[in-house]
Ligand binder design. Structure first.
Ligand code: NAD
Length: 289
């Protein structure tokens, strides 16, 4: 009987997977950890909104998911633009076909480092706006889709960093913003958990290999809110990668891949974590224990 039912379900293309039928917004999913999360969430049956400021990359990610038989829509814009946040939420609610949003992963971001006595107001304001204020605004805009009692799961995941948990020289702005989202997660977990069952967690990455952590010498840059050209990456000299000393501060002795980072995101957003809320999950290869 069970076999027959699953056969019929298969014929009807009934959604399968741990996130079957859920709609997920993943910000900054045009590349890196977010892009991998988009792919993994879609593999588990989620309808994924690929949100990114980089239109070409977002479209490529959405197309590759669609070509693999998954469901994805690229919604392109800047998380610092209040009107984009409204568009994003509306697009997600209508893309799912049921006027629902189940998952938000607040992942978009970059770093703009300086030691504190040289940090400008522009650096400070941009990083706080992107890593703390934008996640708050997205969650507030999506509130009507999370403050519901339809018996379906709801999950918010804010992305932090070891810099936010432990501090990091040269990253006062980023450390404050990334520490901020842990408080945001815990507060929403307390506000929306009791009546609506919304789970809210934080994931703090250590060193994951993406554009953000590649050699600065490669010359990658992002454009700041006022058109500033911001170099991203880590200078080779500070990576300390030689011999036995390579990644000496990481018990697993290597950085993580974007897929490993995204797999942890999937685990947290999946039913496997249905009784986990308000936590900061460290994805660091054991660094900073
Ligand atoms: N890679 C790491 O080691 C590491 C460590 C700790 C935390 N993080 C955090 O993980 C998240 C993902 O980082 P990643 O390493 O995948 O970086 P990435 O550079 O590979 O991807 C980040 C994505 O965010 C997008 N983005 C940036 N600003 C945006 C904006 N204003 N509006 C919309 N989209 C925007 C970029 O276009 C890019 O596609 C970030 O929040 C980052 O701070 C990463």
């Amino acid at each position: 009987m069970a076999d027959r039912l699953s056969q019929i379900a298969g014929q009807l293309n009934y959604p399968k997977g741990m996130l079957a039928g859920q709609t997920a917004i993943i910000t900054g999913s045009g590349q890196g950890i977010g892009a991998e999360a988009a792919r993994l969430f879609a593999n588990e049956g989620a309808k994924v909104i690929v949100s990114d400021i980089d239109g070409e990359k977002a479209q490529t990610v959405a197309d590759s998911i669609t070509n693999e038989g998954g469901k994805a829509l690229a919604v392109v814009g800047d998380m610092l633009d209040a009107s984009y946040i409204k568009t994003l939420v509306q697009a997600a609610a209508s893309f799912g076909g049921d006027n629902k949003i189940h998952i938000i992963v607040n992942n978009a971001g970059y770093t703009w480092d300086a030691v504190i006595h040289k940090m400008t107001d522009a650096q400070w304001d941009a990083i706080i706006a992107l890593h703390s204020t934008a996640p708050f605004k997205l969650i507030r805009e999506a509130a009507p889709y999370f403050r519901v009692k339809d018996g379906e799961p709801r999950c918010i995941l804010n992305v932090s960093s070891t810099s936010g948990v432990h501090g990091n020289a040269g990253q006062a702005n980023y450390a404050l913003a990334k520490a901020g989202v842990t408080g945001l997660s815990k507060t929403i977990a307390k506000e929306w958990g009791p009546a609506f069952g919304v789970r809210v967690n934080t994931i703090a990455f250590g060193h994951i290999e993406t554009r953000l952590t590649q050699a600065k010498e490669k010359g990658a840059f992002v454009t700041g809110p006022k058109g500033e050209k911001i170099a991203i990456g880590i200078p080779e000299a500070t990576k300390k990668r030689t011999g036995d000393q390579a990644y000496a501060d990481i018990p697993l002795r290597r950085p993580g891949t974007a897929t490993e980072g995204a797999s942890a995101m999937l685990a947290i957003c999946s039913p496997l974590f249905s009784y986990v809320s308000g936590q900061t999950v460290m994805v660091t290869g054991g660094r900073n224990m």
